[in-house]
Design a protein around this ligand. Structure first.
Ligand code: AMP
Length: 403
């Protein structure tokens, strides 16, 4: 039986584990701890709930106390997608390092930075941070990453889903080349693999049996529809599927505002979040959405960065994204926390080429959904039968209004 002692963890850590009541390492800890202590980079596929935090935190604490170099600048940085996860990891670190002199500071946005700046001034060995606030504080020269020896990217897949890829690249550019890097992700998409190969040096892969109860499924469907009928299709789906919480993506800010107005005319309350809205307006809309006071949030891709809503039943691509990866980022927002999700894409004739690229990128064709709105611009369309179709469209609208 593997024990924490046999993993060669030192006394202060063993004492802390003992008081936490941990008797035996979990599989991810058993595999990762010796490799991290040996200085190797890690590419870990393990979900929350597997004991992943201790798997990286315990050896990091040990490596840091072994060197006993209490300087002003942090030597380890743990980057995570959300404030909640930052707080949770910070709390675990506090417990595991309770018998050591290590100092840690936790950094996240949405609160005043003053307290965080004061803590940083006192000196820190480990920083736990979300990407946005970390970059803010680096830019303001409150943090220097020149002394970092260990980097952890936790829940990397979620960070990519939340649009943090460029922030991560920027953060990594501040780090010394010579460092140990650990990357953990629940899923191993092509994008995660790409990120891993750009950041990790000769990594050890650790693949911990996923907890299948947490496996989720995203039902994808594309609807071929004229631009002008998209609003009716959205109304139809909202009513037919009783969509309760949906994130709707538009390509432009103007498109987002127009959609909110059009939905309001149909009695569907929605709010837009995009670059023209103030931070306060965005936060208000997001909180209303999180607290279920608002069922629809219309967002542009840039503004949707950092939105973390756990139980989102639907993602709707009101416009097909021009960038192929954006599609996977967008639909990755649903089917989380053990719940399945649905991703609908509305494709007008002029967007078909984007769809083609997306399907090539994801390596499959997205099933086509049926809807009651006849395409006005089908290839067989002739000027003669146009009025007839319009009439049919109106009757289709009436039919759906009965739902
Ligand atoms: P994590 O996957 O890091 O979020 O950990 C999930 C839960 O397992 C947390 O509540 C930890 O405190 C707990 N845990 C982690 N490692 C062990 C262990 N070796 N024995 C018992 N509980 C553990």
């Amino acid at each position: 039986m593997t024990t924490f002692e046999s993993l060669e963890l030192t006394m202060p850590i063993l004492q802390a584990l003992n008081s936490k009541g941990y008797e035996q390492p979990t599989p991810v800890q058993e595999h990762a701890i010796p490799q991290i202590l040996a200085g190797r980079d890690i590419f870990g596929s393990a979900r929350t709930g597997t004991g992943k935090t201790a798997a990286f935190a315990l050896p990091l604490i040990q490596l840091l106390i072994n060197k006993q170099k209490l300087g002003k600048h942090p030597r380890a940085i743990i980057v995570v997608p959300t404030r909640e996860l930052a707080q949770q990891i910070s709390e675990s670190l506090r417990l595991y390092a309770q018998h050591t002199k290590l100092r840690q500071v936790v950094i996240y946005g949405g609160v005043s930075q003053q307290g965080q700046v004061v803590s940083l001034r006192k000196g820190s060995d480990i920083i736990v941070a979300t990407p946005g606030r970390l970059l803010d504080l680096i830019n303001q020269k409150h943090i220097s990453l020149h002394a970092i020896e260990h980097l952890v990217l936790d829940e990397a897949d979620r960070m990519l889903d939340m649009g943090f890829i460029n922030d991560i690249k920027r953060i990594c550019a501040y780090l010394p080349e010579k460092r140990q890097s650990l990357l953990f992700s629940a899923t191993l998409s092509p994008e995660i693999k790409k990120l891993a190969s750009s950041l990790l040096k000769n990594p050890v892969s650790i693949d911990i049996e996923p907890d299948h109860s947490l496996d989720t499924y995203t039902r994808e469907q594309v609807y071929f529809i004229d631009k002008t009928s998209k609003i009716n299709l959205l109304e139809h789906l909202v009513q037919e599927e009783r969509i309760e919480r949906s994130l709707i993506f538009t390509r432009t800010r103007r498109g987002a505002d127009k959609l909110v107005k059009a939905l309001a005319k149909k009695g569907i309350m929605a709010q837009a979040i995009h670059g023209d809205k103030s931070q306060a307006q965005r936060l208000k809309a997001l909180n209303q959405f999180k607290n279920r006071k608002l069922s629809m949030l219309v967002a542009t891709d840039v503004a949707s960065r950092g939105i973390d809503v756990q139980d989102l039943s639907h993602v709707i691509n009101y416009d097909i994204p021009e960038q192929t990866e954006t599609y996977t980022h967008r639909i990755g927002r649903t089917a989380r926390a053990g719940l399945d999700g649905t991703a609908y894409s509305f494709c007008s004739p002029d967007e078909k080429s984007y769809l083609k690229d997306i399907q090539k990128y994801i390596g499959k064709s997205i099933p086509v959904g049926e809807h009651p709105y006849k395409m006005l611009t089908q290839p067989t369309e002739t000027a003669i039968n146009k009025p007839k179709r319009k009439k049919r469209l109106r009757s289709a609208k009436k039919a759906t209004a009965r739902y």
